[in-house]
Design a protein around this ligand. Structure first.
Ligand code: URA
Length: 235
């Protein structure tokens, strides 16, 4: 798709539109190897270079982050240090903004996806799509008998919720340790599910999202995912 040059550079976080005009006038921007004609030129992003470098992810970003403990998933600075501070400054200035696909609490670590593709955010957070997410929890009390059945029943109603939790799958790993697989994402859902059964969550870590896992990523690191990662399979 052709895009207006000054808008393109501003939306990819390079500079303001005013600065883009100056960059074009200074000859820093080329299109198909030749100096850009003007800042209003309609261009194919793949043909544009700034200071001799191709544009940084002009077709969108999709990242898999190992969220560390202690960071919030918020763009509001008043909420404290956030995951977005881990990203390069240029990515933080992009429009559409780079945002997380769902959220993890400040005190939860693990796999978090980030993207500037809003259609992906909507698709992957919609309960209709039932993407399984696996959480590893350690607990402050022994798991009561029958908890797996209660979680799987689709009848568990959390305090202040109108709809029961969708069926969830519990894998017991020890008296105070378990994995829980959810296909939805109510507010603080894992902590509230265990908590309302007398088992406060002490630590929580998201192990996987759909088929994606962290692999060897250290906390605070991310890797890029291929743009087609969530494309529907060919018919
Ligand atoms: N459930 C929680 O309680 N916290 C999270 O961060 C994710 C799921």
């Amino acid at each position: 798709m052709l895009r207006r040059l000054d808008q393109l550079l501003a939306n990819l976080g390079y500079c303001s539109r005013r600065e883009a005009r100056a960059w074009v006038a200074d000859g820093r921007v080329t299109v198909d190897g030749a100096e850009a004609d003007g800042f209003g030129q309609k261009v194919d992003p793949a043909a544009v270079q700034v200071d001799g470098e191709p544009l940084d992810h002009p077709d969108g970003l999709l990242l898999l982050l190992h969220k560390p403990l202690g960071l919030v998933c918020s763009h509001d600075d008043r909420e404290g240090p956030s995951i977005y501070g881990l990203l390069p400054a240029r990515w933080r200035r992009r429009n559409p903004v780079v945002t997380s696909i769902g959220r993890l609490d400040k005190d939860t670590s693990g796999l978090l996806l980030l993207t500037d593709r809003s259609e992906l955010v909507h698709r992957l957070t919609s309960p209709r799509h039932k993407v399984p997410k696996v959480y590893h929890a350690t607990l402050g009390a022994d798991l009561p008998p029958g908890l797996g059945d209660r979680f799987a029943s689709g009848q568990l109603l959390l305090p202040d919720e109108k709809e029961p939790c969708a069926p969830a799958s519990l894998r017991v790993l020890g008296p105070r340790e378990a994995e829980l697989t959810l296909t939805e994402g109510k507010y603080h859902q894992v902590r509230r599910m265990f908590g309302c059964q007398g088992c406060p969550v002490l630590t929580l870590h998201r192990v996987s999202f759909g088929r994606l896992t962290l692999g060897g990523l250290a906390p605070g690191q991310w890797r890029e995912l291929p743009p087609g990662t969530f494309s529907p399979p060919p018919a």
